[in-house]
Write a protein that binds this ligand. Structure first.
Ligand SMILES: [Zn+2]
Length: 387
């Protein structure tokens, strides 16, 4: 009896264990299905592509360049001592955080950033030109166009992913471009795309002017233009914040120009200052949107640059085929659907062309299925990314 009982108990126990195992497997399977469903049902409802023009990966990952903190090679007007107080630390991690506190304190911590070549992560443009129009075209259409060989190319013959999304009823009227450079009117083909656009020195239109609008109008009218194509980043930030507060943005492009302009002027002090302020503008936009219920927890930022630049004591000022290394960029992503893998290392190469499909994927659209020439999305930052 005892044996039988024992056996019975053993059998019962075994059956129970089997049942438990089956139940556990079923529960695990259900959990996995739930997780997969949750993962494929992305949280992102609004995606924002933010670009600061011509900001090198070297500054992003290693902070201020010590060889350029001087008048001779960096063209600085402030004292080296002042600049070092603001942006220098012997520790590279602390140094890059001084320059980009939001990018390193929040974006890289809670999201992902690609492009640190010293850690085996390469992000590159594939247009073979490494200047602005070819870069913005590549990232917004998803493929390079060899015919685009000048920033004065004129209206883009190809539709961007922004235009493609704006032609879908779910997004129509909620796709916008806010950028300091008026060339975006051509890059996004404003007359054809019908995107909401605020660019260059065009004054934001307001039906009912607030005192804030009146002040901005006065500043637009009375500020000396750095050049006729580019307004200051600070002038863009005001209508940009007003736009996200008063409208329902679903897909937004934000273009800041100062980092490129000051490098071309050979003013490394102002490259650092404008890079630091760009970081602040991204933080301000993020915090503004997180404070609004319709965006909170449902907004993804993709942050990048249109091209790299040369290196060394002279070529940092310029970019293009002549300046070796100008094809190297960086790409950061922060949002509710992106795993916090932080600073990526030893990854496969990612490209600028992948950004278009990534923008679409975050709002649940398969852009390469519609546009087969477009590069695939950055799967590592998407909810379905494999472990
Ligand atoms: Zn440039």
């Amino acid at each position: 009896m005892l044996r039988r009982f024992s056996r019975f108990r053993v059998v019962t126990a075994a059956v129970f264990l089997l049942l438990s195992a089956a139940a556990a497997t079923a529960v695990a399977a259900a959990t996995a299905v739930a997780a997969a469903t949750a993962a494929s049902a992305a949280s992102t409802r609004t995606v924002v592509l933010i670009v600061t023009d011509g900001l090198r990966w070297q500054e992003v990952f290693t902070g201020a360049d010590p060889t350029l903190l001087n008048e001779k090679d960096g063209g600085i007007w402030v004292s080296e001592e002042d600049l070092r107080k603001r942006y220098w630390s012997d520790d590279v991690t602390a140094r890059r955080e001084l320059l980009f506190p939001f990018l390193w304190g929040t974006v890289a911590k809670n999201g992902q950033i690609f492009g640190n070549q010293t850690r085996g992560s390469i992000a590159q443009v594939t247009n073979g030109k490494a200047f602005s129009y070819p870069g913005y075209n590549e990232m917004t259409t998803g493929y390079p166009n060899d015919a685009i060989d000048s920033n004065e190319f004129g209206p883009n013959p190809n539709a961007s992913v922004f235009e493609w999304l704006n032609n879908q009823s779910e997004f129509r009227g909620h796709v916008a471009v806010y950028a300091t450079w008026n060339a975006f009117d051509n890059i996004f083909n404003k007359p054809r795309s019908h995107l909401v656009m605020q660019t260059g020195w065009t004054l934001p239109k307001k039906a009912h002017e607030t005192p804030r609008d009146a002040l901005l109008r006065e500043l637009f009218a009375t500020t000396t233009e750095f050049d006729e194509e580019d307004s200051p980043n600070s002038f863009l930030q005001i209508p940009l914040l007003d736009y996200v507060k008063t409208q329902q943005a679903r897909v937004l492009f934000v273009g800041y120009g100062e980092t490129d302009n000051w490098a071309h002027q050979g003013r490394y002090d102002l490259v650092l200052d404008s890079a630091h302020r760009f970081d602040f503008f991204v933080k301000q936009l993020w915090e503004t949107m997180q404070a609004i219920p319709r965006y909170r927890g449902h907004t993804t930022f993709i942050i990048t640059t249109d091209h790299g630049r040369g290196s060394g004591l002279t070529e940092w000022k310029e970019h293009g085929v002549e300046e070796k290394g100008s094809e190297n960029i960086w790409i950061a992503v922060l949002g509710p659907d992106t795993k916090p893998l932080g600073e990526r290392s030893n990854t496969h190469r990612v490209t600028q062309a992948q950004i278009a499909a990534t923008v679409a994927a975050f709002v649940g659209r398969d852009y390469p299925r519609e546009v087969p020439k477009a590069a695939p999305p950055l799967t590592d930052v998407l909810p379905a990314a494999a472990d």
